[in-house]
Design a protein around this ligand. Sequence first.
Ligand SMILES: O=C(O)[C@H](O)COP(=O)(O)O
Length: 237
Amino acid sequence: MPRLILLRHGQSQWNLENRFTGWVDVDLTDQGEAEATRGGELIARAGFKPDVMFTSVLNRAKRTGAMALEAAGLKDVPVIEDWRLNERHYGGLTGLNKAETAEKHGEEQVKIWRRSYDTPPPPLAPGGEFDFTTDPRYAGQDIPDTESLKITLERVLPYWNSAIAPRLKAGEDVLVTAHGNSLRAIVKHLFDVPDDRIVGVEIPTGNPLDIELDAELKPVSARYLDEDRAQALPALS
Ligand SMILES: O=C(O)[C@H](O)COP(=O)(O)O
């Protein structure tokens, strides 16, 4: 049975500062690095040896994956990176402090922007500090200026179907190191979570989510490897 581990990056500088991050390339904190290493140790202890690692193009995910593989003694695992595994694009909220934004717009509005399935934040104004359209990593790509989880899923899922699922269907084991919301999109798809229930799914930083899949890639079992930092998982159907 194919085995999939989803690993959200370790704590980033802007997780610590409570700022909307999205596509900004902030690095891991010391705690984030420790979480990545611990994630790798747990992966090794669980006997997981991925055939391939997929990651986003953002450093916090790439570094978490590299540190985890190193800690697991699996440095030689091939790595494939793609922007479609990036964090959801936080649009005009990018860079703002989450608590200050809640004071300004109200808790309820910020919750809608953060956790509703299909309400995107306001778009990012072009030409500002966080305009990614000139970033060479996205050259030639039709990139968004804001994303809800639904929009995020609509670019994660084609990549899942074309690049990741075929490897699992071929019987390979796969590690995906990515972000809170790109991983929520994958979890929504795999566990068939209804639109109004995905609000309750939170993925902790640096805690490997170990999922055993059947031949049709339906989850057969799922658990966080660090039980002390686990969050509730959707029911297996
Ligand atoms: O992009 C961000 O700010 C975080 O990584 C995820 O944010 P969220 O908890 O608001 O979804």
